[in-house]
Design a protein around this ligand. Structure first.
Ligand code: G
Ligand code: G
Ligand code: MN
Ligand code: NA
Length: 253
């Protein structure tokens, strides 16, 4: 099974597709934004999930090209929505750590944004916590460059094991995404305590909090009481193809 060998061809044939997962604002009772997630629509095999190909492309560096492709495709989608006078929400993108080996990607992303006339308020970059391990100093300078370029930055998968709490303070993130693992396995008391503590800490440090992977009504109720800002998860929306995403976005509140 040669997913690697078919990368260039798949890219040229537009087999990689943008799915969008809406996030819900618990305070405004309205959609808050969406996350762009890649799917590979293989003409024979059908949909291939990113778990199967992202790690592969991370190993060989092709992910840099795929991330940029996803970024441009999504900007195209947003620009069409703006042209149609449709409602738009901010969209977040996953950036592989591979991108940080050569910072020239930031200029290319700026060019794409300008080409499609997308306001920076509609763009958010997600960087996974795992990236921090290697070098906090280098990371601090990446964030600075992003901010100088008017990009909002969120720390993805927070709590998965690499970060220490003081990194939330050290690093100038705009948004923290609490990892889905806290909401697995019944969301017990220990996890509830950790989640509400992270929310409190983040608010003291002026960061917006997104809870990820939320599927159950009792979790949503808990997060409301804990004053969590935004929820992302199957409870409100699954990652959807563009037309279904738009239908859901326009249907509420
Ligand atoms: O959707 P989900 O199964 O949708 O995604 C699985 C993993 O793949 C997640 O960790 C997600 O962050 C990652 N992922 C999905 N789309 C992209 C993408 O376009 N770029 C990168 N770098 N990672 C992605
Ligand atoms: O790693 P990252 O947070 O970028 O990727 C988000 C991943 O979580 C994607 O694979 C997405 O499809 C998945 N996801 C989003 N919401 C839910 C949910 O409510 N339950 C589960 N099991 N997965 C979710
Ligand atoms: Mn993410
Ligand atoms: Na995550």
């Amino acid at each position: 099974d040669d997913l690697n060998g078919r990368f260039e061809e798949a890219l040229a044939n537009e087999e990689f597709e943008v799915f969008l997962q809406l996030k819900w604002d618990l305070k405004k009772n309205d959609w808050a934004g969406a996350e762009a997630l890649c799917r590979w629509r293989d003409p024979i095999k059908g949909l291939i999930s990113p778990g199967k190909f992202i790690p592969l492309f991370e190993q060989n560096g092709r992910i840099v090209k795929l991330d940029e492709y996803m970024f441009e495709q999504t900007c195209k989608i947003i620009s069409k929505m703006m042209a149609n006078g449709e409602r738009c929400v901010p969209v977040s993108f996953n950036l592989s750590k591979r991108n940080f080996q050569d910072l020239s990607f930031i200029d290319r992303y700026q060019e794409i944004i300008e080409k499609y006339n997308i306001p920076h308020e509609l763009i958010e970059i997600e960087i996974t916590e795992g990236l921090l391990v290697d070098n906090v100093e280098a990371f601090t300078s990446f964030i600075k460059i992003f901010h100088e370029n008017d990009f909002h930055i969120s720390m993805d998968d927070f709590g998965t094991g690499y970060s220490s709490l003081n990194m939330i303070h050290q690093l100038d993130f705009d948004v923290i995404k609490i990892d889905a693992k806290f909401f697995r396995g019944g969301f017990d008391e220990a996890n509830q305590t950790i989640v509400s503590s992270i929310i409190k800490l983040c608010h003291k440090l002026n960061k917006l909090v997104v809870a990820e992977g939320v599927e159950q009504a009792n979790e949503v109720e808990f997060l409301k009481d804990a004053e969590c800002d935004i929820v992302q998860g199957y409870y409100f929306a699954k990652p959807l193809p563009v037309e279904e995403f738009k239908a859901l976005l326009f249907s509420k509140p």
